[in-house]
Design a binder for this molecule. Structure first.
Ligand code: SF4
Ligand code: SF4
Length: 437
């Protein structure tokens, strides 16, 4: 563990505001309920329902989830092509919580200015670890709360039911502690795949944090060199990735802005213009005119984002408000009833994807006379957003010709709020003839 010397300045202040806002959103989101208790975000795996900002995604609609993930990824690509690694510097949880841990460390261990104390009292060390553990537990709790309601699982935990959520909570607490307390930017340098995509995502007009070599070099002590860089190495000391930005753009740079603030502080004290290290594009550094916003990368990522976003919006607008799946009962495919008729046992899964209660009628479509459908409950009543599995039988008359037969099942809402949906399946005869399954 290496304490990060603090670099104060306008970017540090801006990042604290951005970090504070993001932490507030991250921690508050799982608690938000609207419209009579519906979660704003809850990926409820056991109930097979994914609540995302008012959209409830059922298992048959997982492509919506993929479209949301693809939209987020493309937004990140698009933003990176324009603004470089702003995500790393301002929004990535790895950077945000590493900064929080480093801030706690400085506060509790009594740093003076940007310098770590030579010796740290045992109680201060213990208090630092305790504070880190507390923050790790808070982070882990809220990560779990995106999957299990934070209003329910702590109550179950209090009653001694540890469950999967409790195990995840414990594991995530340990991981967060080890990650933010010890690994810190090592994760960015060694594990994170995002940095590896830099070459693909960046172009000459992408904003990066860069040292102005033309102005800074030749570097040297004040009054002994013509360049503005006085070689104080302050930018290197504050760098959490332990790199020297004066050597050019590097994969390890997470655009944290510490070196900008540190160098601006030095330049300010020397009475020289700020911005020896600053946000700039590679094109501007080499004196080549920039290409503006419309460039191959921004066009490609922007167009892909528009296509995926449009597909998502269209898909949501045209989504079928009821889910209907029919399955053969594999334990009792075909049976002979007391009156000699052949019967097939099925189960259907019906999802009411609307926020209104509804009743649905199941019927056998275009069946020849004598064919009968018998369901445990028909019509099927469903509460808002409820999923039900209902068993039913289809009975063939005794004189029905044995042979391959497809049957069509139709589910119709009683209130006519949307059109009927249908599913095809096959009827299986005892001892043989069947078609598909
Ligand atoms: S902080 Fe600025 S002046 Fe000091 S070494 Fe870095 S670039 Fe040079
Ligand atoms: S060079 Fe270091 S201090 Fe400067 S932005 Fe990159 S990671 Fe941060």
């Amino acid at each position: 563990m290496r304490g990060i010397p603090v670099a104060r300045g306008r970017f540090r202040t801006l990042r604290w505001w951005a970090n504070g806002g993001l932490i507030a959103v991250l921690l508050a989101t799982p608690w938000v309920r609207f419209d009579g208790g519906e979660p704003l975000v809850l990926l409820d795996v056991p109930a097979r329902k994914f609540h995302l900002f008012g959209l409830v995604i059922f298992p048959q609609e997982l492509f919506f989830l993929w479209l949301v993930i693809a939209s987020l990824a493309l937004t990140l690509f698009f933003a990176t092509a324009l603004l470089g690694r702003m995500w790393c510097g301002y929004a990535c949880p790895q950077t945000v919580f590493t900064d929080v841990f480093a801030w706690l460390e400085r506060r509790i261990q009594g740093w003076r200015g940007s310098r770590a104390p030579r010796r740290v009292a045992l109680w201060r060390r213990a208090a630092t670890y305790l504070a880190w553990l507390g923050v790790s537990a808070i982070v882990a709790f809220h990560l779990v709360a995106y999957f299990v309601s934070p209003y329910e699982w702590p109550l179950r935990l209090a009653q001694g039911e540890i469950g999967t959520a409790g195990i995840f909570f414990a594991v995530l607490t340990v991981l967060a502690f080890v990650d933010f307390a010890y690994f810190r930017q090592t994760v960015c340098k060694t594990i994170c795949p995002y940095a590896r995509f830099q070459g693909v995502l960046f172009d000459r007009d992408t904003l990066v944090i860069a040292y102005d070599e033309a102005r800074g070099e030749p570097r040297g002590k004040r009054g002994r060199a013509a360049g503005d860089c006085v070689d104080c190495t302050r930018c290197v000391q504050v760098c959490p990735s332990e790199i020297d930005i004066r050597e050019g753009l590097q994969l390890e740079c997470i655009a944290c802005t510490h070196c900008i603030d540190a160098c601006d502080d030095v330049m300010g004290r020397l009475g020289r213009p700020l911005g020896l290290i600053a946000y700039r594009s590679l094109a501007s550094l080499s004196g080549v005119p920039g290409a503006g916003l419309v460039r191959p990368r921004t066009l490609i990522y922007g167009s892909l984002l528009a296509v995926v976003g449009l597909t998502l919006v269209t898909g949501v607008a045209r989504r079928v408000p009821v889910g209907f799946e029919v399955f053969h009962n594999r334990n009792a495919l075909s049976q002979i009833s007391a009156d000699g008729r052949t019967g097939n046992s099925f189960e259907m899964r019906v999802e009411n994807r609307t926020r209104e209660p509804n009743r649905y009628h199941l019927r056998l479509e275009a069946a020849p006379p004598g064919w009968e459908l018998v369901a445990g409950s028909n019509p099927i009543a469903l509460s808002p957003l409820e999923t039900l599995r209902v068993p039913f039988f289809v009975l063939a008359p005794t004189d029905a010709p044995r042979g391959p037969r497809d049957i069509e099942l139709v589910l119709e809402p009683e209130n006519g709020s949307h059109s009927a949906v249908s599913r095809e399946t096959s009827f299986i005869w005892m001892g043989g003839f069947h078609h598909g399954s």
